[in-house]
Ligand binder design. Structure first.
Ligand code: GP9
Ligand code: MN
Length: 429
């Protein structure tokens, strides 16, 4: 009901953190690429296997002076996996405790999402690209309500059996096919590019393998380095095209890992991959880190250590673009803001903060992994703060989605999106 909305708006207002003005508008008017690195965990960055870097191209980007990277950035997905990441990144709303918010509510809810805001407030043309079918995770219907102008999927691309593996087109082919469409987009554009090949259980055809499997003995894990390497090679090719096309100089490229690749059911394998004996719940929480990188010629880069998550990306991006967003419902805050809250809620009620990591009923010292059985007063206070913050943001976000509260909310200057205005069918050639 709209009174639920009012209490949510009050909470948002009372907890909003002003963005970092040093970065406001540094990417104003630039094209935006959102590169979705499927199932890509932070530990792959600078990771070596068989004496070689698994992902040399992404490593290079990570360390460049004009790349802003976050090394305490966590995924916050629930059962909605990729779709939860998309919901968080483009709405700063969490997915749901069960199922996928995009699947269940994407067709019917009212949203005030990134594509619509960028189009209305900054004249962006918006497009999403993916090597799978348009309907997976109910994207086709949801994207209309998010205001995407274009949704370019494998039906728009050259496709044949040998071009596909797992869920759809292999990333090198997908990116090669997406490039000519991107080049035709009116500028400035916002282009989300969703990769696919680095996906459980990580199969890859022989001719695309360039690094041996790991030898953990867990056959659903040992291919991970091979598909991660392949994804990395496809990103290397994409970045070469970006330069050659002339787009690199007037674009900001954001890379993010959508969620873990190796789930909590593979602790033995992770112990072998990481060399961490007795890889436990705390270690698994630490390995929920995924990359977040902003790469732009002339950007003041570096590695930022703030603790944050996918819910925080949208306010961070809007600030870089100089897009005013204080009138929208967002549960995240600018990752560059100096005095931001660093409690990173997990969808199951766990959380990670700079001092405390909660996993189920256990609390660990985030800095050294020690189980906390007799908390100091400060640790007790931090435990309580983490629980309060996490339960609050999750319950308020669930209320917004389950109650479809944004239909009652009319932010100044925002024109409600009518999904019926959009069609992604290929125009009959
Ligand atoms: C399918 C792909 C699935 O289109 O996005 O990824 P997942 O949600 O399983 O990580
Ligand atoms: Mn995914």
């Amino acid at each position: 009901t709209s009174s639920d909305l009012n209490s949510t708006l009050r909470w948002i207002k009372n907890n909003r953190v002003a963005p970092n003005v040093q970065y406001t508008g540094v990417a104003k008017g630039k094209n935006v690429f959102v590169i979705h690195l499927e199932s890509f965990q932070q530990f792959l960055i600078d990771y070596k296997y068989d004496g070689q870097e698994v992902t040399p191209n992404l490593n290079k980007i990570y360390h460049e002076n004009d790349t802003l990277s976050f090394d305490n950035f966590f995924n916050q997905v629930g059962q909605g996996k990729t779709s939860d990441a998309e919901m968080m990144l483009e709405n700063s709303l969490f997915g749901l405790a069960e199922g996928s918010a995009m699947s269940m509510d994407g067709s019917s809810n009212t949203f005030q999402a990134a594509p619509a805001i960028l189009q209305q407030q900054a004249g962006y043309t918006t497009a999403a690209f993916h090597g799978d079918v348009p309907s997976y995770w109910n994207r086709e219907n949801t994207y209309k309500n998010w205001g995407y102008d274009y949704w370019i999927t494998k039906g728009y691309m050259k496709d044949k059996k040998s071009y596909e593996i797992g869920y759809g087109l292999k990333d090198k082919i997908f990116l090669h096919e997406a490039a000519p469409y991107i080049e035709q987009l009116p500028q400035p554009f916002y282009a989300k590019v969703i990769t696919l090949t680095n996906h459980y259980p990580y199969p890859l055809d022989k001719k695309n393998i360039s690094i041996p499997k790991t030898k953990t003995g867990d056959k659903t894990v040992d291919g991970y380095v091979q598909t991660a390497r392949y994804l990395d090679q496809s990103i290397g090719e994409f970045m070469k095209w970006l330069d050659k096309s002339g787009l690199a100089k007037n674009s900001i490229v954001m890379f993010y890992g959508d969620h873990y690749g190796i789930s909590d059911n593979h602790k033995k394998a992770m112990a072998k991959l990481t060399g961490i004996k007795g890889f436990n719940d705390y270690d698994n929480a630490m390995y929920q880190r995924v990359p977040l990188m902003f790469h732009m010629q002339g950007l003041k880069g570096g590695i930022n250590h703030t603790y944050g998550g996918e819910i925080d990306v949208l306010p961070t991006l809007f600030n870089l673009l100089g897009v005013k967003d204080s009138q929208y419902v967002q549960f995240g805050s600018d990752l560059l803001a100096p005095n931001r809250n660093q409690i990173v809620a997990q969808r199951n009620g766990d959380f990670i903060s700079p001092t405390i990591t909660k996993v189920g009923s256990k609390y660990y010292n985030t800095q050294n992994g020690k189980l906390i059985t007799n908390p100091t007063p400060q640790q007790k206070a931090d435990e309580n703060a983490g629980v309060n913050r996490t339960t609050t943001v999750l319950s308020l976000s669930d209320r917004v989605i389950n109650g479809d509260l944004l239909r009652f909310y009319h932010p100044e200057g925002f024109k409600k999106v009518d999904g019926a205005d959009y069609s992604y069918k290929m125009s009959k050639a």
